[in-house]
Design a protein. Structure first.
Length: 406
């Protein structure tokens, strides 16, 4: 097409000049918001490592010692030792098992993390360092995905960064850096949720399947994503969406395979659950009995001050979880409510509560909700940090110095 001007010859419209190809390095460059979140993550890791370094000097295991503990010793505690033993020796070394006196009930732990730990150990000779490397990389993936989910939920530009701040400074954040499964699970769960939000059901199912290999919590995530799929399909997803329904069953494979493996060695299909019952009092009790038993431990004078404080923290975390579920139901966020409610049911039907504060790390709607509140009411961020900072420091020190369990 050409344009006509009086007294002038028509001039053809020139084709647009093609844009210069984007440099290959720029294609993989993270946007500024993501880079800011990762810098925040790195700074909090450095802060935690500094705390661990001084803790081994200031709080030795025995009084009167003249040398500090090894550099990585503060991180090799409790569950980290279970995962190390599984990765190094397997689940049933030399015929040992639940029938052996003094058995450590290691089959209570799902195999995903120990398998990855054994693989990383082939490159990193020190077992503790290998576990810390897994948590470091996985934590970076998790916090980046959390920030992106927050930006999808909240309209404010600072939503992702604010959510990351509240999450990384949360009371039990030390477990994201230790050789525990929280960071690895979130590295699968949060990208899975992000994929499900974008209706990429196959990717969401694969990532959730990896999550179920790490923790039983992956089944709760699978239920939430399954409900999100049904709601999306009913809202007009069409035949193409329903064709993806089979993917929602994939996350059941790792728990089923692990149960089959345990049955082959113990004759018990639910050996992992029975190991939890033997080792951590996770026998089924009605919720009111679990609350009463935990309350007695917290305020009944039956426990030492350290254990009583831990039980008080369990009660507080349970109340936070119940309030979160109520808020999610009120906002009609049904999939997120199902995920948190299933977690609370699993944790709240034992003899008494165990590990509920740690479970708050897995409740990403909590951190996004707190970020939304702090963005609407700026005073809340200051109040939150003033209250949480000493608690976070205290929890980190109790874990790093071997005093976590009372």
């Amino acid at each position: 097409m050409s344009t006509l001007t009086p007294g002038l010859r028509p001039s053809p419209v020139r084709p647009p000049v093609p844009a210069a190809p984007e440099p290959r390095a720029a294609r993989f460059r993270l946007p500024p918001a993501d880079r800011g979140v990762l810098w925040l993550y790195l700074l909090t890791r450095i802060s935690l490592w500094i705390t661990a370094h001084f803790a081994r000097w200031l709080f030795p295991a025995q009084s009167g010692v003249r040398e500090a503990a090894p550099v990585l010793a503060p991180f090799q505690r409790w569950d980290a030792n279970h995962y190390l033993h599984i990765a190094r020796d397997g689940y049933f070394p030399e015929g040992a098992g639940p029938w052996t006196s003094g058995w450590d009930n290691r089959e209570a732990f799902f195999p995903g993390y120990p398998l990855l730990l054994r693989a990383v150990h082939t490159v990193v000779p020190d077992w503790t360092a290998a576990g810390l490397l897994i948590s470091f990389v996985a934590g970076a993936v998790a916090v980046l995905a959390l920030a992106r989910i927050a930006r999808a939920y909240l309209p404010e530009d600072a939503a992702g960064h604010r959510t990351a701040v509240l999450f990384l400074l949360s009371p039990c954040a030390v477990f994201l850096a230790a050789g525990y499964t929280e960071a690895l699970f979130l590295a699968f769960a949060l990208p899975a949720w992000l994929a499900a939000m974008r209706h990429r059901w196959a990717l969401a199912a694969v990532l959730t399947t990896l999550g179920t290999a790490v923790r039983v919590s992956g089944l709760f995530l699978a239920a939430a994503i399954g409900l999100l799929f049904l709601l999306s399909a009913r809202a007009g997803g069409g035949r193409r969406t329903w064709r993806s329904a089979g993917w929602t069953l994939l996350p059941a494979l790792p728990p089923a395979a692990y149960s089959w493996y345990l049955h082959a060695h113990t004759g018990d299909w639910m050996a992992w659950k029975h190991a939890q019952e033997r080792g951590w009092y996770r026998t089924f009790h009605p919720p009111w009995e679990a609350w009463a038993n935990t309350w007695t431990g917290a305020f009944g004078g039956t426990q030492s001050t350290g254990y009583a404080f831990m039980f008080q923290a369990e009660l507080a975390a349970m109340l936070v979880g119940l309030a979160l579920v109520a808020l999610l139901v009120r906002r009609r966020r049904w999939p997120e409510a199902v995920y948190v409610a299933l977690s609370l049911w699993a944790l709240g039907t034992s003899y008494w509560y165990t590990s509920v504060p740690r479970a708050t790390l897995l409740w990403w709607p909590l951190w996004i909700g707190l970020a939304a509140l702090s963005l609407r009411r700026p005073w809340f961020r200051t109040a939150y940090l003033c209250v949480v900072a000493p608690v976070t420091t205290l929890v980190a020190l109790t874990f790093l110095t071997g005093r976590w369990a009372g």
